[in-house]
Design a binder for this molecule. Structure first.
Ligand SMILES: NC(=O)c1ccc[n+]([C@@H]2O[C@H](COP(=O)([O-])OP(=O)(O)OC[C@H]3O[C@@H](n4cnc5c(N)ncnc54)[C@H](OP(=O)(O)O)[C@@H]3O)[C@@H](O)[C@H]2O)c1
Length: 272
């Protein structure tokens, strides 16, 4: 049986999730979608692009939905939820994708009635290759957590962690696509430097990343073991690896995740 999913905030992420659900067979069967934006113009545009009802009345959306997915910017979450707190029912589930906003804050701002799950998706959800991590508020049962997972499972992989780990999740898989695009861009530059046409260089870079990531996922081996398979004694790869170690690639990536995780703890109240 389909459930009614109301998406508050059909911006970049809200729309990516709605579009992904519409495209996937499982998502299209499982959910009846509707959404809101702040401005009427955005609502009209989103409705045209997605082919779902979209308006600016959050109270109506809450009243008509089984599950609400909160996709506004973190600094907008409190005012949006407080304005509709009176509409929530105790049989509803509120799932937030807002970075840094805790389940305790969501519970308080929404008036205490709905069950709360916090999540962190990433933009590859748009093509069904996303990574979404979820964390349930105390007292949320397995069935409700499963409903929340069902929003994201047609859009890629899902995992569940303790809420204390969610800032780390934001720094790794939430922000991670940006790090990877930077790496693809750099490898593509390298390809151009060694004489490859730009288009070919970008294809080689992106497919090498995608294929290697898939090897890790499918073989389930430690990445270091897979790296050893490519590294012939006195061959070419070890010279490349030495250059990466000299450039401190590993510690740079670790620092990137730490910096983004730290920022995630402080996002609320800023306009990011
Ligand atoms: N970007 C990422 O990679 C990523 C990854 C994981 C999680 N997130 C989280 O996703 C959330 C949304 O980010 P985003 O990049 O999608 O932001 P965005 O593109 O700015 O979208 C925000 C949306 O919220 C709408 N909105 C604002 N106030 C509203 C209100 N009172 N009622 C209804 N809708 C309202 C806006 O409407 P208008 O269009 O009319 O202004 C806009 O459509 C953030 O909390 C972020 O932490 C983002």
């Amino acid at each position: 049986m389909s459930m009614k999913l109301g998406i508050i905030g059909l911006g970049k992420m809200g729309e990516a999730i709605a579009a992904g659900l519409r495209r996937s067979e499982k998502g299209a069967k499982g959910w009846v979608l509707a959404g809101t934006t702040y401005s009427k113009a955005s609502a009209t545009e989103a409705s045209k692009r997605l082919g779902i009802p979209c308006h600016t009345d959050n109270r109506k959306l809450v009243a008509e939905s089984d599950i609400l997915l909160l996709c506004v910017k973190p600094h907008q979450a409190e005012s949006v939820l407080r304005a509709v707190a009176g509409q929530f029912r105790s049989d509803q589930l509120l799932v937030s994708i807002c970075a840094s906003i805790t389940t305790a804050q969501l519970k308080e701002w929404s008036g205490g009635k709905p069950h709360i799950v916090r999540s962190m998706p990433n933009t590859p959800c748009l093509i069904g290759e996303g990574m979404t991590v979820l964390s349930a508020a105390p007292g949320v049962d397995e069935a409700r957590l499963e409903h929340a997972k069902n929003i994201f499972s047609p859009l890629g992989k899902t995992a569940v962690v303790e809420e204390s780990l969610m800032d780390g999740v934001t720094g790794l898989s939430g922000c991670g696509p940006a790090y990877v695009y930077l790496i693809v861009e750099a490898l593509s530059e390298a390809g151009v430097k060694v004489g490859l046409p730009r288009k070919v260089a970008t294809l080689l870079a992106a497919q090498t990343l995608a294929g290697s990531a898939r090897m890790v996922l499918e073989r389930g081996e430690h990445p270091a073991a897979l790296k050893d398979e490519v590294t012939t004694p006195a061959g070419c790869t070890i010279d490349g690896l030495m250059a990466l170690e000299e450039g401190k690639l590993r510690v740079t990536l670790i620092k990137a995740v730490l910096a983004a995780s730290k920022r995630s703890k402080t996002l609320r109240g800023t306009s990011a």
